[in-house]
Design a binder for this molecule. Structure first.
Ligand code: NAD
Ligand code: UGA
Length: 450
């Protein structure tokens, strides 16, 4: 039996450690966090995050071999393997401000591990970090003359929110980066692989050096984000011509070399990681003097900002260049469907711009209203649980999140209570545009000439 510790009980730490506990019943898994409120929530019936399948999973393993605690020092002492999933936000101060990853939480954790460890441990990077972080952590942990040896591995997490449990249970791959050149490095990689072997097929557990594993994570997010910005750039051309972005996406996605995923044009990508990791990659390129590579990746971020701006510009233009006093309802506030997470959600940006134009903004979302209230604190925005209530007297609906719920609403009923002309701006292209048009709506999808 191993004592496995997860430090950081957030969107990654919570679900990841829960799946490990579920699949490895002989091991004891503990998750700790400095945020006592969050730990209390993990120990309650109201988990701190929403993820499909998470409630049932926690119900199954909590108290069996999964425990949530705030006793960080004590749990470090007991642990054989430590997964670190603390946050690595963009630095807001000093060198690299606005681009580099802030490793403050990671380094603090490493020092806390060193201070409390009484025996050797394997420390695993789950957080997304710049290349060479593991080596820096090795140096912090393996202080000169220290009798305790630490192995540091990189095992980046690739889960996406909204599908986290499925992604963890059936991952495309598990990537383990470590030191092949030392006995203890090889032994550490084997120990970690043995955990994943409980449920992940051998051929999907791949190994690399530490630096490649760290860079693969940044590169993977950069490629995914780049696809979204690329298709969104094509959507801009569609809006000027008779081309239809859905038809274009389908046609190019059927090329096996391109593939169908991440070709959905939208109001823009959001989430806590794409922008942060792209900026981190840009900083790395700049740090190594690779200006052209830095610019290349920076454009993915810039185009995303442009896409969000285009969306609001279009609302303004189509609504006769003034939305002052007009009621605009945002359908969805989460950065994607099936999550309550609103970090870097395009809805935040769109709301701010609509308020600048003095629109009256109403926000509705089935899971993200609490986070939306926090994000928009102090701003003159109305929140509504019920979309039918939200649209009463509205001039326009802007679809921000692709919740199924919004596909299935009774749009005739909605039309009847809206101001006329009634506008729909579909930032996710999920609605039946032709049907809405026939009802009398003025409909503006992404990537279609209206
Ligand atoms: P999060 O903010 O939800 O969770 C991080 C947790 O770490 C917080 O609860 C925080 O209180 C805790 N923490 C910070 N410092 C600590 C310390 N010293 N000791 C104990 N706990 C501490 O963040 P997240 O979304 O889970 O992301 C964590 C990391 O995983 C980031 O590096 C992110 O880039 C990466 N990642 C995130 C996702 C995702 O979908 N959210 C997916 C893959 C990778
Ligand atoms: C993303 C990656 O998909 C994960 O592999 C990665 O582990 C994670 O970032 C991370 O490192 O945090 P996530 O941000 O949770 O996961 O969600 P995605 O499904 O990637 O969506 C990101 C954003 O892109 C969302 O706003 C989504 O609506 C948007 N998107 C996605 C599009 O606009 N079009 C698409 O075709 C796909």
């Amino acid at each position: 039996m191993l004592n496995i510790l997860g430090i950081g009980a957030g969107y990654v730490g919570g679900p990841t450690m829960a799946v490990i506990a579920d699949k490895c019943p002989e091991h004891k898994v503990t998750v700790v966090d400095i945020n006592a409120e969050k730990i209390a929530a993990w120990n309650s019936d109201h988990l701190p995050i929403f993820e499909p399948g998470l409630d049932a999973l926690i119900e199954r393993v909590r108290g069996r071999n999964l425990f949530f605690s705030t006793e960080i020092d004590e749990e470090i002492r007991k642990a054989d393997l430590i997964f670190v999933s603390v946050n690595t936000p963009t630095k807001t101060y000093g060198q690299g401000a606005g681009l580099a990853a802030d490793l403050m939480y990671w380094e603090k954790t490493a020092r806390q591990i060193r201070a409390n460890a009484t025996g050797p441990k394997i420390v695993i990077e789950k957080s997304t970090v710049p290349v060479r972080t593991a080596v820096a952590m090795e140096r912090i942990l393996n202080e000169k003359d220290s009798p305790i040896h630490f192995d540091v591995l990189s095992c980046p997490e690739f889960l996406a929110e909204g599908t986290a449990i499925r992604d963890l249970e059936v991952p495309d791959r598990v990537l383990i980066g470590g030191r092949h050149d030392t006995d203890s490095g090889r032994e550490a990689m084997k120990k970690l692989s043995d955990i994943f072997r409980h449920w992940v097929p051998e051929e999907r557990i791949i190994h690399s050096n530490i630096w490649s594993a760290e860079l693969s994570k940044l590169a993977s997010n950069a490629f995914l984000a780049q696809r979204v910005s690329s298709i969104n750039a094509i959507s801009a051309i569609c809006e000027k011509t008779e081309a239809d972005i859905n038809e274009v996406s389908r046609a190019i996605g059927l090329d096996q070399r391109i593939g169908p995923h991440f070709l959905k044009s939208s109001v823009g990508f959001g989430g806590s990681c794409f922008k942060k990791d792209l900026l981190n990659l840009v900083y790395l390129c700049q740090f190594y003097g690779l200006e052209e590579a830095a610019e290349y990746w920076m454009w993915v971020v810039k185009f995303n900002d442009h896409q969000m701006n285009r969306f609001v510009d279009r609302i303004l233009k189509k609504m006769f260049n003034t939305i002052n006093g007009k009621r605009i309802v945002l359908f969805g506030f989460a950065f994607k469907a099936n999550t309550g997470d609103t970090r870097e959600s395009p809805a935040i940006y769109v709301t701010k711009r609509l308020l600048e134009e003095r629109a009256e903004v109403v926000v509705t979302d089935p899971r993200a209203l609490d986070n939306a209230r926090r994000d928009l604190e102090g701003m003159p925005v109305t929140f509504a649980e019920d979309p039918y209530e939200a649209v009463r007297g509205a001039h326009a609906i802007a679809v921000m999140t692709e919740w199924d719920l919004y596909r299935d609403l009774d749009y005739q009923r909605i039309y009847d209570v809206m101001e006329k002309p009634a506008f729909v701006f579909d930032g996710r292209n999920i609605l039946d545009h032709k049907g809405l048009y026939e009802m009398g709506y003025h409909v503006f999808p992404i990537g279609k000439k209206a």
